[in-house]
Design a protein around this ligand. Structure first.
Ligand SMILES: [Zn+2]
Length: 100
């Protein structure tokens, strides 16, 4: 699930800069998960669903389970963005290559 490619197919940038690099994305997924949980709760209020505390818990757990693959993917992307910088030189070079 949510396997990150070894390297960019266009420019060859290595995505896994060290072993278990994406383990750190767990910290990000915690924050993203909390944001999703709060969003789920607020949406239940907006839609007028006034759950008991156990209902709130179960609805948040259900939403987190459904959203888990997406939270994982988004977290890895955010984590990678802390370490990789957009390089316009390489972007220009690879787009020239594809045109040729
Ligand atoms: Zn690339």
């Amino acid at each position: 699930m949510n396997k990150v490619k070894e390297a960019c197919p266009k420019c060859g940038l290595k995505y896994s800069i060290e072993p278990a690099f994406y383990t750190g994305s767990m910290y990000v997924s915690y924050a993203v998960g909390v944001a999703v949980a709060i969003a789920a709760y607020l949406l239940s209020l907006i839609f007028g669903l006034h759950f008991e505390p156990i209902g709130i818990l179960l609805s948040i757990v259900a939403v987190l389970l459904i959203a888990m693959p997406y939270i994982g993917a988004v977290s890895k992307s955010i984590w990678a963005h802390f370490f990789f910088k957009y390089n316009p030189e390489i972007a220009k070079k690879t787009s020239n290559d594809s045109r040729a």
